[in-house]
Design a protein around this ligand. Structure first.
Ligand SMILES: CC(C)(COP(=O)(O)OP(=O)(O)OC[C@H]1O[C@@H](n2cnc3c(N)ncnc32)[C@H](O)[C@@H]1OP(=O)(O)O)[C@@H](O)C(=O)NCCC(=O)NCCS
Length: 162
């Protein structure tokens, strides 16, 4: 696909309910999502949600990254994507996002939607490279990322899947 930067770097797979223990530490350390353990457990068995993970070859019980996408009536929404800090810039984020895009196409979704902090350069660069377009901005949507800092804008993005 145009803009594809997929590299053969990991073992990506759909996570199942018995992956919850491996997923929880990664998701609990994800500052970009507020999903709690109960909501994660529900997501792993919800037919309208897919959670993808990449096994960490360094540890049989650990995941190097995960992504969570939800099916909406006409669109799909990326609700979380995270790669463990020590495994970043190795193509895993792009690999997870490619799996999410393929899932959205498989559902017949018209677009893949997401929102991202305006200051999240890593994520914004990744999304632009995979062809996402900026649709708008919600001023001051996110609470400050550090105490005393101003609230942060949300950039709304989408990728046409048709
Ligand atoms: C965003 C995130 C998932 C990217 O994961 P990753 O595995 O490092 O991404 P990749 O290695 O696949 O990078 C693909 C491309 O994205 C861009 N990119 C990734 N990280 C970047 C950074 N820190 N600065 C600039 N560009 C970056 C580059 O174009 C990169 O290609 P290159 O390495 O050939 O230059 C990761 O930084 C992360 O987990 N961040 C914390 C959670 C988060 O912010 N999630 C997004 C919520 S909206």
């Amino acid at each position: 696909m145009p803009g594809s930067i997929l590299r053969e770097t990991g073992m990506i797979r759909r996570l199942a309910p018995d992956d919850l223990a491996a997923l929880m530490p990664l998701a609990r350390g994800d500052p970009t999502t507020s999903a709690g353990d109960v909501s994660l457990a529900r997501s792993l068995s919800d037919p309208e949600v897919r959670v993808y993970g990449i096994d960490d070859p360094a540890s049989a019980q650990a995941l190097a990254g995960y992504a969570l996408v939800v099916r909406l009536p006409f669109e799909a929404e990326l609700q979380a994507i995270l790669v463990r800090p020590g495994r970043r810039r190795q193509g895993l984020g792009a690999e997870l996002l490619e799996a999410v895009i393929a899932q959205g196409k498989g559902w017949g979704s018209e677009r893949l939607l997401l929102e991202v902090r305006a200051g999240n350069t890593a994520a914004l660069t990744l999304y632009h490279r995979l062809g996402f377009l900026e649709d708008g901005c919600r001023r001051g949507y996110y609470p400050p990322s550090t105490p005393g800092a101003p609230r942060e804008d949300a950039i709304l993005m989408s990728l046409p899947l048709g």
